[in-house]
Every structure is written in structure tokens, then in C-alpha cells.
Design a binder for this molecule. Structure first.
Ligand code: ADP
Ligand code: ASP
Ligand code: MG
Length: 402
């Protein structure tokens, strides 16, 4: 069997953890399997590198940032190869350039396009355990790119798809995918299985246990994933196309704090203004999420929307520069907000979910600022300080625990 195993940063955070992972890798190798391992940077290395870069330059070039951030993963794979060699196993570390992990050219948020197989296959034939850097790629200029925060999951799934691996296991610091972040909602329950679609929504809405693009790729190439703990033998959660078990109304609650709300007040109530506003933002690749337009008062209306906090400054400066063109009077914004969502395939055919969610928030005296819904999710925008309380209240009301 060919097995791809991915270990996140906390699983390799220190010497003991590195050897713990080394032993888990060896278990499969000793049974005669071919093992390709993807590693993240140790502990909070990536955060520390980010801080360090910002001490030098508050607005660093994205190319140099990727060059810098990718070093964390390179340390992990080399250290793991040393650990494996020290306990008597043949291992080799490879970075994105050595493997040939080709991505789009967008620094800091690149997409994997193609993975070369030659080097990996030849190292497997030499019976090596292979350690591949997560998170990084190379673009057509032969520059290092990164796949976005949490992107090592995507490296692992893409490798599993390219190599047609028999198993793809994602090891992390919790025992699987839960009905909510178990660190925030103590009553959260581990799911035995979850569909790609539900997992994709949860990941996109802030459940960082899997990178959302890893789930997208897993669905596209039919890679069944197992999410489990590197620190216990518990079975974990299977992520796949269809689930046997009865569809639950709601499969999870997620929160995202990387959100900001912008409101453009006093826009002329005539055709084409929303188009003006959002096409200006789209041209600068600024993604907009929830949009709300007020009913016109007299001859004007307000349009408010959310975007990620990282984009706030850029979005505000674009709007200020073009305020006349959009015909707005003024701009307001709020950074202290968060988006809390419920996700569930069973929701499509049940109309009671929204009111249950709103009732839970009302009971907790939490004000809703915006609402958005789709077939299998409902999201609300609330004050950031209420996030944890909202998650617990909503989780409780859906009886997501046993
Ligand atoms: P890794 O370093 O292994 O990639 P991450 O920190 O990226 O780990 O993701 C694991 C974390 O995701 C957990 O520690 C947990 O706090 C958080 N998390 C958020 N939502 C969920 C969820 N629904 N189920 C499990 N974990 C979740
Ligand atoms: N080290 C990277 C990050 O912290 C990638 C990852 O952990 O998946 O975002
Ligand atoms: Mg992660």
C-alpha cells in the first residue's frame, strides 16, 4: 500500500513529538507499506516568522514573505528525516522544488496545479520514507509560493491524488472532526464520518481542522480522508462522498473571526450602483461575503458587506477613492465582528433551522447584525466578543451532543 500521512504543527512541536511521529511513521513502514509524509512547520513557527518579518517591514512583498514562511516546513522535514535515520530507518526530506509541486503564481495564496512524480517514485523504489514540505509550492518563475494558512492539508491531499495513494491520513491535535471546535464548545461531539460537502462548508466557514481547499481537492479526486490524533490511537473521522448514517439536521457549528463589515451609506437609489461598488473590489481580487442592501429611503440606500479583515484596509481605500463614482455619502466599518454558522445537509428540507438558531441567540441576548443562508448553511454576523457564547448556545439548541 502507498500511504500519505500528514502531521500538523502541534504534532511535531518539540523533540518528544517529533519522535512520537517518527514512531507512527515507522509502524506503517515496518508492515511493508510505502510511506509519504507531509509535515507542517513546528508549533507556532509560522506565526513567529510572520511577526519577525513585520518587525523588518510592515508591508512586506508577498514573494519575499513566501520565501521566508516556507522555511518552517523545510526545518520540519529535515529534522524528521534525522529522527528517522537516528532510529535506523532510511528517510529523505524533499521540498516543493525538489518534488516539483507546481502552483499558480499568486504568492501567499497559490493553487496547486501539478505534482511531478519522478523523484518521489524513485525515492520510494529505494525504500526511503519520504518527508515532503507542506504549505509550499513553486510557480512558473521557479519562485517559492505558499498555499495559504493551513495549506499543508492541501499538499497532502494533492499528493495522495497524484500518487493514487491507498490511504490519506491527516493527523492533528484533536481526535477528529467535531460538531464544533472542541476547544470552544466542551460539549462538542466527535463525528465518525462527514460528507465532503458538509466538511467543505465547515472548513470554509472557519473550522480550521482542515484547509478548505484540501476538502475541495479530496472531493474532486475522490480521496477518502481520515482525520485523527497523532497523540492517541482513537479512530478519527472519515471524510467521504456519502455517509451511511441518518442525515443529521445540523452536522456542525463553525466560527470565523477573520471578518470585517463595511457599510457605504447614502448611495443614490438607481440602477448600476451595486455593480460599480463590487466590480471595483473584484478588480482588486477582494472577496466579498455577506451583502445587505437597505430599502431605499427617499432617494438613497445603504449597502453593507463583509470581507476578510486582511482585506479591510485595501477595500476601504478603494471605496474612499471612488466614493463619488459610487455616489455614496460616507463609509463606516466594524472590525470587531465574527461570523457564526451552522452547517447540515439535512437543513435543505427543513425550514425550522433558522428560527431555532435565532432563538438560541435571542435567549443568550446576542444581537444579529447580518444573516446569510444557502442550501446547507446559515450564517450570522455578530459582535466578536459574543462568539464563544453564541457557538455554545447554538450548539446546545441543536442537541449536537449525545
Ligand atoms: P494542525 O496543526 O494539525 O493542522 P490546526 O490547528 O490547523 O491543526 O487544526 C486543528 C484545530 O482545529 C483543533 O485544535 C481545533 O481547535 C480546531 N477546530 C475548529 N473546528 C473544529 C472542529 N469542528 N472539529 C475539530 N477541530 C476543530
Ligand atoms: N505552517 C502553515 C501555517 O501555519 C501551514 C499549515 O500549518 O498547514 O499556516
Ligand atoms: Mg491546520
Amino acid at each position: 500500500m502507498l500511504i500519505v500521512k500528514k502531521f500538523g504543527g502541534s504534532s511535531v512541536a518539540n523533540k518528544e513529538r517529533v519522535f512520537n511521529v517518527a514512531r507512527r511513521i515507522v509502524e506503517d513502514y515496518k508492515e511493508g507499506h510505502q510511506v509519504v509524509v507531509v509535515l507542517s512547520a513546528q508549533g507556532d513557527t509560522t506565526d513567529l516568522l510572520l511577526e519577525k518579518a513585520r518587525e523588518i517591514n510592515k508591508n512586506p512583498s508577498r514573494r519575499e514573505m513566501d520565501m521566508f514562511l516556507s522555511t518552517g516546513e523545510q526545518q520540519s522535514v529535515a529534522l524528521m528525516a534525522m529522527a528517522l535515520q537516528s532510529i535506523g530507518y532510511p528517510a529523505i526530506s524533499l521540498n516543493a522544488y525538489q518534488v516539483g509541486m507546481h502552483t499558480s503564481s499568486v504568492y501567499s495564496n497559490a493553487r496547486l496545479k501539478r505534482i511531478d512524480q519522478e523523484r518521489i517514485m524513485s525515492e520510494l523504489e529505494r525504500n526511503n520514507i519520504i518527508l515532503v514540505t507542506g504549505f509550499q509550492g513553486i510557480n512558473r518563475y521557479e519562485d517559492i509560493t505558499t498555499l495559504g494558512r493551513g495549506g499543508s492539508d492541501t499538499t497532502a491531499v494533492a499528493l495522495a491524488a497524484a500518487l493514487k495513494a491507498d490511504r490519506c491520513e491527516i493527523y492533528t491535535d484533536v481526535e477528529g472532526v467535531y460538531t464544533a471546535d472542541p476547544r470552544v464548545v466542551p460539549n462538542a461531539r466527535k463525528l465518525d464520518e462527514i460528507t465532503y460537502d458538509e466538511m467543505l462548508e465547515l472548513a470554509s466557514l472557519g473550522a480550521k481542522v482542515l484547509h478548505n481547499r484540501s476538502v475541495e481537492l479530496a472531493k474532486k479526486y475522490g480521496v477518502e480522508l481520515v482525520v485523527r490524533s497523532s497523540l492517541s490511537q482513537a479512530e478519527g473521522t472519515i471524510v467521504k462522498e456519502e455517509c451511511k448514517m441518518e442525515k443529521m439536521l445540523v452536522s456542525g457549528v463553525a466560527a470565523d473571526k477573520n471578518v470585517a463589515r463595511i457599510a457605504v451609506i447614502g448611495i443614490k437609489d438607481e440602477p448600476g450602483k451595486a455593480f460599480e461598488l463590487f466590480s471595483l473590489l473584484a478588480k482588486k481580487n477582494i472577496n466579498v461575503d455577506i451583502i445587505l442592501q437597505s430599502i431605499g429611503r427617499g432617494r438613497s440606500k445603504d449597502i453593507s458587506f463583509t470581507t476578510s479583515r486582511d482585506n479591510l484596509e485595501e477595500a476601504l481605500s478603494i471605496i474612499h477613492e471612488n466614493l463619488e463614482r459610487i455616489s455614496g455619502e460616507r463609509v463606516e466599518y466594524d472590525e470587531q465582528v465574527a461570523k457564526v454558522s451552522v452547517v447540515g445537509a439535512g437543513m435543505a428540507s427543513n425550514s425550522g433551522v433558522a428560527s431555532l438558531m435565532f432563538e438560541a441567540l435571542f435567549d443568550a441576548n446576542i444581537n444579529i447584525k447580518m444573516i446569510s443562508t444557502s442550501e446547507i448553511k446559515i450564517s450570522v454576523l455578530i459582535n466578536e466578543k459574543d462568539t464563544e457564547e453564541a457557538m455554545n448556545a447554538i450548539h446546545e439548541s441543536f442537541k449536537l451532543f449525545k
